[in-house]
Design a protein around this ligand. Sequence first.
Ligand code: GLU
Length: 377
Amino acid sequence: MRRLENILRDKTRIVVKVGTNLLTDKLTGLNPDRINSIAGGVSHLQSLGYQVALVSSGAIGAGVAARRLKERPKSMREKQATAAIGQPILMEAYQSAFRGHSRIVGQILLTKDDFVNRGRYLNARNTLSVLLDDNVVPIINENDTVAVEEIKLGDNDNLSALVANMIGADLLIILSDIDGFYSDDPSRNRGAELIPVVETITPRIERQAKKSGGELGTGGMVTKIQAAKRCTSAGIAMIIANGGNPRVLQEVVSGEFRGTLFLPAAHRLNVRKKWIGFVSHPKGSVRIDEGAKTALTRHRKSLLPSGVLEVIGVFKAKDTISVLDVTGNEIARGVSGFSSGELARIGGRRTGDVETIIGRRTHGEVIHKDNLVLLHE
Ligand code: GLU
């Protein structure tokens, strides 16, 4: 696949994500053959010159088997306790598998806050960079034991896309227990076809994802397409392939593989814009009129107070907010120059009046164009 060759030519960073279904069995726990084949594939990529981070699920799955539970626990407390037991079992298995390839591993457990809070984000990024530059394999999971519902990312597909953004990867490979993204649900329609390349993620593809693969792991296809959106719009390619094939990673880098490649958008956003658009979480939103929408999307202008119709939520100046069009569709994200209280007073007013109304000096823009990311480019 020529286009994949271009993406991989620079030999930079790759994130590999492995799902629970591939790694664990309810009764027997972790599948050592799978862990070994993943370790083999990752060390192969490293020996070709790539830096590789691994995002691995399976903590709860391994804990279920260790506790001899009949099924995955439902309550948050039980899940957390089970993850506390399973996470070291998972790490031990990886450590011994990678030792067989003379590689060392490091454990990184992240929560949503590590992405939302810019200070913590930069700290995590620095740690990962040191490990990657040293050819250590960072093994990343959500910190399930502390992440209660409100602060949970919830699925490792989205986590792996955030990690890919964080470390400036060129490619995210999601290893699942199906071959890739299909034209229809392959478990119900035998005529469903594997789609080898997705150029852009259209609303049709998103609808299709809702229909298929719903039974898989925590996420299923919906979260995989969310991850693909996060990646491709930030200039990162993503692949879904079957991790049941022990040589899958070797085949991906050789360019001959069975799976789906999501192509990155042509332009790359700078690191700050990536953080604004795809990593930070909006604290509130503004609804804007048609004129302002055209100014933003066609003429790439800043958002001015005059175009703001409504302010939703409570936020401070410098928080990330969503920009909605008249019908409520999110069209952009950006860093607000004003708090929600200030915006409620200056929405619809001329820029020249703003300082008099709020009684402080300002640059006048609600969101300056340098701090604005359009979401549907
Ligand atoms: N963090 C969870 C675990 O290790 C998995 C989340 C997911 O499967 O997406 O069990």
